[in-house]
Design a protein. Structure first.
Length: 256
């Protein structure tokens, strides 16, 4: 799609996408924030295509790296170029990220747009870079509603944007896993939780010390272990499902 066609389509897009497109036009470098636990699932190819069409430079930043082993994501450096690994929680990698931004801008003052899926950690990354609570954060997805401008230092200005997923993407189970839809708002939490267990069975079993192998039995065992029960002691599957999704979305489950 040509640039003028993209511009003509903006008025017909949801308001969040309008903000994202504004960031893509205004910034010189675009950071796409990815969840290190779910790199492919949190890549937004629609955003990446627009970055290229606008002729902007793209920098991949893998956040939540404290939740995975380094050797699991190290090969990504060969496929996502350039990329930087960070942990906003532990303030790891932020100095390297600043250096990479200035390297890409050749030491000149630069405006950097920050984009990514809802709840992927954009605002936390910005706060880590700025060294202060400059961007509002919340565990609830889509908390950022508009564009926020944050000055990191004399040379780096960040533009925070609302989280968005591709406009044609309708995979609710994926949105539950990535946190694009908050655990409290998922319409079918049981299915989303069962899909998560199916994808991450060994990890979830090890983390919670569960014995079952069947994904439905794992969810029931989890309900019993954490006393997510109905009257009479029967496992409350919906409550257990939301509990598991909440734990996953908020980074409680480490992949090691």
């Amino acid at each position: 799609m040509k640039l003028y066609k993209i511009a003509n389509h903006l008025d017909h897009m949801p308001s969040f996408w309008k903000h994202v497109n504004e960031v893509l036009r205004e910034a010189e470098i675009i950071i796409e924030v990815l969840d290190a636990r779910m790199i492919d699932e949190t890549r937004n190819k629609e955003v990446e295509d627009k970055v290229r069409l606008y002729g902007k430079r793209l920098l991949y930043v893998l956040t939540k790296c404290d939740l995975v082993q380094k050797e699991q994501i190290e090969p990504v450096k060969k496929t996502l170029v350039p990329s930087v690994f960070v942990s906003s929680k532990d303030h790891l990698g932020t100095t390297i990220l600043k250096k990479k931004i200035l390297e890409m801008s050749r030491g000149k003052s630069v405006t950097v747009g920050v984009v990514g899926y809802p709840n992927v950690g954009k605002s936390s990354l910005i706060n880590a870079l700025a060294g202060r609570r400059a961007a509002k954060t919340s565990p609830e997805s889509s908390y950022t509603k508009g564009i926020q401008k944050i000055r990191v230092d004399s040379k780096i200005l960040l533009l925070d944007s609302p989280g968005v997923f591709p406009s044609m993407e309708k995979d609710r189970n994926k949105h539950g896993k990535t946190g694009a839809v908050d655990h409290s708002k998922i319409k079918d939490p049981e299915t989303a939780a069962l899909n998560l267990i199916n994808d991450e069975k060994n990890l979830i079993k090890k983390y919670y010390d569960l014995k079952s192998n069947d994904i439905e039995q794992i969810l029931e065992e989890l309900a019993i272990k954490f006393r997510k029960l109905e009257k009479g002691g029967k496992p409350n599957i919906e409550v257990a499902a939301r509990f598991l999704l909440k734990e996953w979305q908020r980074g409680k489950i480490r992949i090691f």
